[in-house]
Design a binder for this molecule. Structure first.
Ligand SMILES: [Zn+2]
Length: 117
């Protein structure tokens, strides 16, 4: 007798183990599918987790909804850190540029004052 496999529309894969937390579940998301969401998920996992994901190994190719959520939060946090660093470096560069401009201006001012005498 066949078991019912109606898991609802939100589940893209049924039955299996999460590649990231080992949870066994019915509602798992594939990471090597053709869909854009899977591709994005795969690149985010590679970006945020110190693991290597290969399509042709024997390890699980799905992750659970909780891990999908955690990856989204982690990715957002990483993006925030990157953005902050860009802003801080820009501010630092700007300050440095202003300081060197000030040195140039003050040298000119000094030259001007010297030649005036
Ligand atoms: Zn998981």
């Amino acid at each position: 007798m066949k078991k019912s496999t109606d898991y609802g529309k939100s589940c893209t894969s049924s039955g299996g183990t999460c590649r990231l937390c080992l949870r066994v579940g019915d509602c798992l998301v594939p990471i090597f599918a053709e869909e854009e969401t899977s591709k994005q998920l795969l690149s985010r996992i590679s970006d945020c987790c110190p693991i290597t994901l290969l399509e042709n190994d024997d390890l699980p190719k799905t992750i659970c909804r909780e891990c999908e959520e955690k990856i989204a939060v982690t990715f957002e946090f990483r993006e925030l850190c990157r953005k902050t660093e860009r802003i801080l470096k820009l501010q630092y560069d700007l300050r440095r540029t202003n300081e060197s401009n000030w040195r140039i201006v003050s040298r000119h001012l000094l030259n001007y004052m010297v030649t005036e005498d």
